[in-house]
Design a protein around this ligand. Structure first.
Ligand code: PA5
Length: 445
């Protein structure tokens, strides 16, 4: 069964007229994405990326990844925002939950992440962990100038070069960046690193299906051909303004809800492996839509864990929220609840049931309770968490995001607001070229 969407539990919160009215608008927004006639149309390379990605590129990525796998016990993936969250989401979703506790080995390295924060202790701990280990680096920066990954790369490159020498280090570094521009491109050319290109017309948060996401996922040992196949199929399924276009349905539904005062969307999962899919989704929608004083605020919870922390708020707090649940049909493994002759915990009524049966009832019970409590509910169902279905899900969210951004009336493909903190940080750090800003900001302190 393919990815499906249900909006049944939205209908009681909006009128049929509201729903009918948004459909032609959503179809027009989809056409704007497809025709490339809207704002930010120089960043639409992601729309046909899956069908443009040929097997030759996937094979080249696999070969480079195998090269790192054959040399390394650990590979540090350096990047931030769109240059890290997609890979992290896919790897976490596909990995055994406790595999992180096992040591990596040559042939099956651990993929670690850095450059997505400026935590000194984080980098200290990472350097300590890497001491005496065979490690490699994937450094990802589209601009090639982002401060967080640049700092991490400088520190870890020095560590690697000290450990194995400059030439051997160069054989263990893959750089993913702009084809021509930026400091990282120059460094990669000078040092002879293996490189992959992030196309000009694909923004960071839409880049998971480029080498940005595919290289780390391949290094982690997962099937990038299947991931891209899932995305290709979803690209075809969401191409036209037909009634069964699920991206169109999702974009239209969330915007109807937004217009009726539901300003926060909570992405809900009942599978802890999907935590970082939600983090990736938060960036995709937050950075695409939060502008011009508009935008649905993207939040996320991991249930049933968060039912014991955020559940109260969702059930009875301010009624400005709606939920989108990622429901997974089939788990990977069997764990059955045993019978206990003493039954002191009174759980024998569950004996013989799979844990997932309980989880599914928690999910259904929560949906009914939240709808009763005034929280509209969109449900996206995927058959299982594997490469193919993740490829489907990622592309589905991307396509819906483009449509939704245009429905909101914003340019979904820029992020001007991200520059404000950088300007202040550079001024505070007295970066050359920021002398005036430094003077101005110091006067404020
Ligand atoms: O979506 C985006 O454009 C951002 O999140 C970027 O990916 C992030 O800022 C990192 O940028 P870069 O890849 O240029 O280092």
């Amino acid at each position: 069964m393919p990815l499906t969407i249900s909006t049944t539990d939205v209908k009681q919160f909006v009128t049929p007229a509201q729903l009918d009215a948004i459909v032609p608008e959503a179809e027009a927004a989809l056409r704007t994405v497809n025709d490339g006639t809207g704002a930010g149309n120089d960043f639409l390379g992601w729309t046909d990326l899956p069908t443009r990605t040929d097997d030759a590129l996937l094979d080249e990525i696999k070969e480079a990844a195998d090269g790192l796998r054959s040399r390394c016990e650990a590979v540090v993936c350096i990047g931030i925002g769109g240059s890290y969250l997609g890979a992290k989401a896919v790897i976490e979703a596909l990995s055994d939950t406790f595999s992180a506790l096992e040591p990596g080995r040559i042939g099956a390295p651990k993929v670690l992440f850095a450059g997505h924060n400026i935590g000194e202790d984080y980098l200290y701990d990472l350097q300590k962990y890497l001491e005496g280990k065979q490690f490699g680096i994937i450094v990802i920066s589209k601009s090639g100038t982002t401060t967080e990954p640049a700092i991490a790369f400088r520190i870890l490159r020095e560590q690697l070069e000290k450990a194995v020498g400059r030439q051997a280090a160069a054989e263990r570094i893959i750089a993913i960046t702009d084809a021509h521009r930026g400091a990282l491109r120059k460094l990669a050319t000078d040092e002879g690193y293996k490189t992959f290109v992030i196309e000009d017309n694909v923004g960071g948060r839409f880049s998971v299906l480029t080498p940005v996401g595919l290289v780390p996922v391949a290094v982690a040992g997962f099937d990038i051909h299947a991931l891209v196949k899932g995305a290709r199929d979803m690209q075809r399924q969401t191409a036209d303004p037909t009634p069964d276009n699920i991206a169109l349905t999702y974009a239209a539904t969330r915007n109807v809800l937004y217009r009726s005062g539901k300003h926060t969307e909570i992405l809900v999962n009942y599978n802890p492996r999907l935590h970082f899919v939600a983090e990736w989704w938060k960036q995709l929608y937050g950075e695409s839509e939060g502008k011009n004083n508009r935008g649905i605020f993207p939040a996320a919870v991991d249930n049933s864990t968060d039912l014991h922390s955020m559940g109260q708020w969702i059930q009875e707090g301010e009624r400005t929220i709606f939920e989108t649940v990622i429901s997974v049909d089939k788990v990977k493994h069997d764990v059955v609840i045993p019978t206990d002759s003493d039954n002191l915990d009174a759980l024998n009524y569950l004996a013989g049931k799979h844990v997932d049966e309980v989880n599914k009832m928690a999910e259904l019970g929560t949906r009914l309770a939240h709808v009763d409590g005034g929280v509209p509910n969109i449900r996206i169902t995927i058959p299982e968490v594997d490469e193919y279905n993740l490829g489907q899900l990622l592309y589905f969210f991307e396509k819906a995001c483009g449509i939704s951004g245009y429905l909101l009336g914003v340019n979904p493909f820029n992020q001007p607001g991200v520059e404000a903190y950088k300007r202040n940080m550079f001024a505070l750090l007295s970066k050359p070229g920021y002398e005036k800003e430094t003077e101005a900001i110091r006067a404020r302190l």
